[in-house]
Design a protein around this ligand. Structure first.
Ligand code: IPE
Ligand code: IPE
Ligand code: MG
Length: 240
């Protein structure tokens, strides 16, 4: 593939990395084994982004509903996030990745939040690719938090309620600096969005694929992106 492979590439790809538990179960291993295997995939997919013309990659790592899992799984995941952030920092800085986190930090352990803040600060000048990690993220929760902040501004007399429109609210979302996702991919065969980027994906293309996240390779990613280039996006207008 030459330069043309980046023609009409989606600028922003968001991924619901699902299927770690089933991947582990199929091997007779505990669920956390699958989460570790899944974490390893992130680097490969992130590395593929610049060569595929993808400027923004957003990954769903932990939802506001994932606290419902067993304490063992939740604390194992939190440990994994800390380990991942510590070990990947150098590689992310060197690869020119700008890292951001979306989601509510209030419920996260303070050591994890410190690592998140540090990584954002260390990488905020990077421009090669933008990685956004959704951690304790839920679309409804994000809209509710945004509404609360907007309401405060209204109550303080800084915003005229009559002037509030969709753009006003979008400025209060965690994603205010990001373009909307062009393509949302979900692995593991489930065809639902599970509270991911509800507002932002209003006009996104969706790709639901059967592969479990720990088996998702750079080649399959390239195939999904190639399929996207054939889609016609209309945004409510008549076909052009
Ligand atoms: C996705 O894999 C990772 C997280 C939600 C943290 P799952 O853990 O949901 O894996 P399955 O869906 O049970 O196979
Ligand atoms: C969505 O997957 C959340 C993440 C991938 C982090 P889930 O496995 O939590 O979603 P449901 O429960 O199958 O809808
Ligand atoms: Mg799942």
């Amino acid at each position: 593939m030459g330069k043309d492979s980046t023609r009409n590439a989606p600028e922003h790809v968001a991924i619901i990395m699902d299927g770690n538990g089933r991947w582990a179960q199929a091997r007779g291993k505990p669920r956390l084994f699958g989460h570790h295997a899944g974490a390893k995939r992130v680097r490969e997919i992130l590395e593929a982004c610049p060569e595929q013309g993808v400027k923004y990659l957003t990954i769903f790592a932990f939802s506001t509903e994932n606290w419902k899992r067993t304490q063992t799984e939740v604390s194992g995941l939190m440990k994994l996030f800390k380990r991942y952030l510590t070990h990947e920092t150098k590689a992310l800085v060197e690869a020119g990745v700008c890292v951001r986190f979306i989601g509510d930090r209030i419920r996260l352990d303070e050591n994890l939040v410190a690592l998140m803040d540090e990584l954002e600060l260390l990488t905020c000048h990077n421009t090669k690719v933008n990685l956004t990690v959704a951690l304790n993220y839920g679309g409804r929760d994000e809209v509710a938090r945004a509404t609360k902040r907007l309401a405060r501004e209204v109550a303080a007399g800084k915003i005229d309620p009559e002037s509030v429109d969709a753009e006003t609210l979008a400025r209060f979302l965690d994603t205010y600096v990001l373009p909307d996702p062009d393509l949302v991919i979900r692995t593991s065969g489930e065809a639902r969005i599970s509270n991911f980027l509800l507002w932002q994906s209003a006009y996104s293309e969706y790709e639901f694929i059967d592969t479990l996240w720990p088996d998702f390779t750079r080649d399959e990613f390239a195939r999904v992106l190639a399929g996207y280039t054939n889609r016609e996006r209309r945004f409510g207008a008549v076909p052009g």
